[in-house]
Design a protein around this ligand. Structure first.
Ligand code: SF4
Length: 412
């Protein structure tokens, strides 16, 4: 039943070597930008100003562009813009058509194929917005969209209708109205700032928003969702961290999909955030050709813990229009979860979820560990496929009969 591939379990040294290599921390290096002064390279504004945003730039830097990428990039700026920071571009292996970094940020012509079940707003956010830029689906929490811009654009983005404004959504957050709604709605205890990427705002503007929200007595908890630590670790400056730490409790969810994204630069940036007392979680999207592999995912989650980040969610890719070429199956997602649970630290195991299409919220999806259940007993299997019985307790009522004979489960 087990599909474990780690050393010591099935002796597969090939997988063990692969895991070890994927877990190495390396610098992205300077690549084409080796002549750029150090101070510029480490300046997040320089990185933003020098992003790759056109087919001409991409072709010059990467003559190995495939016909699918060439055609996709030609069309990209009318759907979801092309943008890649020089730092992140250096993680691409131009010699590998299946490079997992490449598939995430370089447009492909397959983005123009749309299946009938795909959507532009797969999480139904627009229909749950009481004021523009605020999504209020659950009574106690809101999603506060602060910008439509990101440091780089992910080709599978759930919010691609909005981010980059390539398709003319024309997003203009109205901070005062958004904050006013939160102030007037006492059930809201949790505010998630997202976008686009909130860490693209200046320290002053972001500090202003956090200060306004922190001053609302019923807001207990603030969160930021950001892929900046991965696309642009230079943005995580000591000044930003000093500002953020004034607004605790403040959590930050990063978004990393492949262990190669966790470079020495990223590890240092995440360390600065953790040192500022910010609890860090990671959200990954399950993507074909990127991380639909047990060993890759195991390397990612273990490396995240080394960066002081708790793997939080593994998302089944939303049914976003033009993303079929990037979507892995739920079967594959369950196989990966089987390969994590019990085979690595519990802290390293994220919750696999499907955002129910159309706005049903996150639904946890797990391999079946309960084989049967009735009033007397629950039959379960463990990560090795061994079967155990747990005698069911009548809630609050002590047992009057001895439980059936069960095998002593091993604690893992
Ligand atoms: S960083 Fe987030 S919001 Fe921006 S393109 Fe990627 S998934 Fe979308």
């Amino acid at each position: 039943m087990s599909n474990d591939t780690s050393e010591g379990d099935d002796g597969d040294t090939g997988e063990a070597v692969k895991l070890d290599q994927l877990k190495q921390f390396k610098s992205s290096g300077r690549g084409f930008w080796h002549n750029v002064p150090e101070a510029d390279w480490n300046d997040w504004r320089w990185q933003l100003k020098n992003r790759i945003t056109s087919l001409e730039q991409l072709q010059r830097l990467m003559p190995t562009l495939s016909p699918e990428e060439h055609a996709g990039t030609l069309l990209a700026n009318s759907k979801l813009a092309l943008a890649i920071t020089p730092y992140f571009f250096n993680l691409i292996d131009p010699a590998d058509e299946n490079c997992p970094i490449r598939w995430q940020v370089i447009p492909r012509i397959e983005e123009t194929n749309t299946a009938p079940w795909e959507m532009t707003d797969p999480c139904g956010e627009d229909s749950h917005s009481p004021v523009p830029g605020l999504v209020h689906r659950y009574p106690d929490r809101v999603l506060f969209l602060v910008t439509d811009r990101c440091a780089a654009y992910c080709r599978y983005c759930t919010r691609s209708r909005l981010v980059s404004n390539a398709s003319g959504y024309d997003f203009h957050p109205q901070f005062e109205k958004q904050i006013d709604y939160i102030r007037r709605t006492p059930t809201i205890r949790d505010v998630l700032l997202s976008g686009g990427d909130p860490l693209l705002l200046s320290d002053d503007k972001l500090g202003y928003l956090l200060g306004q929200l922190r001053a609302i007595p019923h807001v207990e908890f603030l969160r930021i969702g950001s892929r900046i630590p991965i696309f642009l670790p230079q943005r995580i400056t000591p000044g930003l961290c000093a500002m953020l730490k004034q607004y605790h409790p403040l959590f930050l969810s990063i978004h990393s999909n492949h262990p190669r994204e966790l470079t020495t630069e990223v590890r240092e940036a995440l360390g600065r955030l953790a040192d500022a007392g910010i609890p860090l979680g990671n959200q990954s999207v399950l993507l074909r050709n990127v991380n639909d592999d047990v060993t890759v995912m195991r390397a990612l989650v273990q490396k995240l813990l080394m960066c002081r980040v708790k793997p939080y969610y593994l998302y089944q890719c939303d049914l976003i229009a033009g993303s079929a070429h990037l979507r892995a199956s739920v079967r594959k997602g369950l196989e990966i979860m089987e390969g994590l649970r019990g085979h690595t630290s519990g802290y390293a195991v994220p919750q696999y979820v499907i955002d129910a299409p159309g706005g049903g919220g996150k639904v946890p999806v797990n391999p079946d560990y309960i084989l049967s259940r009735d009033d007397d007993r629950v039959v379960i299997r463990n990560f090795e496929g061994r079967i155990f019985e747990y005698p069911e307790a009548a809630d609050g009522t002590p047992f009057v009969e001895a439980p059936k004979e069960i095998e002593e489960p091993e604690l893992v």
